[in-house]
Design a protein around this ligand. Structure first.
Ligand code: CP
Ligand code: NVA
Length: 301
């Protein structure tokens, strides 16, 4: 590879045009308008320092369907678990593989990896963000309801990594985002301030009804993310933010319900909502595959 590698680190690091291009590529593969194999003879290394079902399988299948292969690494079975630094790992992997995906806790590890890798690096989730998820989420909304620009999305629950990527996405894709979280669990003020400076319409409130009223889409996520320890306290704080049939009834009549999954049924969402007429969560999960084909093809172009 010549020149600087094209990393996919966070939505705030890329422009709207690039993100739109990536979605277009993903959609073109999904509809079989595009059948080229940009991963032919190429390898994706996937480093997971946290568990995964969707991200692991969708990246592995995407690499395979784009003509390449994927390999899985984790702490337990690699030298990362014995203290080899991320930067040394980046230098070594860059000699073998063509693109590296990392799921980790501290976003500084992702930055280190990108700084020292000479191949593209993709953020497969950190404690701060989950940008691959948002590419699938925007793709899913638009498949069902058309352009997301100017629409209203309500987030109810923990102001976590996925919520922060929704804030980045609101800025890049031009929709209004209303985040309802208890005060102690609201998204980082630096992320909200950045988005507002960019001109995004972001409401942060502790009132789920104010967020959901008239929304085009209601989104939630687990109350206890990977790495969170204070589960009981979080359950108590987040109970009023459960997305149930009553709360969905306050959104627009044709509102969608989305969740990155895994869901904790009966906690952040009821069966009636996730299995109900609003829910597009299985399309959303499928679109991880298509959106990530867009990301891989863009990174390797
Ligand atoms: N939504 C998501 O990233 O799921 P996994 O943790 O299963 O990868
Ligand atoms: N917020 C969740 C997302 C899982 C895909 C977590 O970090 O565990």
């Amino acid at each position: 590879m010549t020149g600087a590698p094209r990393h996919f680190l966070d939505l705030d690091r890329l422009g709207s045009d690039v993100l739109r291009d990536i979605l277009d590529i993903g959609r073109a593969y999904k509809s079989a308008q595009r059948v080229d194999l940009p991963m032919e003879g190429r390898t994706l290394a996937m480093i997971f320092e946290k568990p995964s079902t969707r991200t692991r399988v969708s990246f592995e299948v995407a690499a395979h369907q784009l003509g390449g292969t994927a390999l899985f690494m984790d702490d337990a079975s690699s030298q990362l678990g014995r203290g080899e630094t991320v930067s040394d790992t980046a230098r070594v992997l860059s000699r073998y593989v063509d693109v590296i995906m990392l799921r980790t806790d501290d976003p500084r590890k992702l930055r280190d990896l990108a700084e020292h890798a000479t191949v593209p690096v993709i953020n497969g989730l950190t404690d701060s963000s989950h940008p691959c998820q948002l590419m699938a989420d925007v793709m899913t909304f638009e498949e069902h309801r058309g352009d997301i620009a100017g629409r209203v999305v309500a987030w109810c629950g923990d102001g976590n990594n996925v919520a922060q990527s929704w804030i980045h996405a609101a800025t890049r894709f031009g929709f209004e985002l209303r985040v309802a979280s208890p005060e102690a669990l609201q998204p980082a003020p630096s992320v909200v301030d950045w988005a507002r400076d960019q001109g995004a319409r972001i409401l942060v409130t502790d009132n789920p009804h104010a967020a959901v009223r008239g929304a085009d889409c209601v989104v939630t996520d687990t109350w206890v993310s990977m790495g969170n320890h204070d589960a009981t306290n979080r359950h108590n704080m987040l109970k009023p933010y459960q997305v149930n049939e009553d709360l969905m009834g306050e959104a627009r009549a044709d509102a969608l319900f989305m969740h990155c999954l895994p869901a904790h049924r009966g906690e952040e969402v009821t069966d009636g909502v996730i299995d109900g007429p609003w829910s597009v969560v299985w399309d959303e999960a499928e679109n991880r595959l298509h959106a990530q084909k867009g990301i891989l093809a863009w990174c390797l172009a």
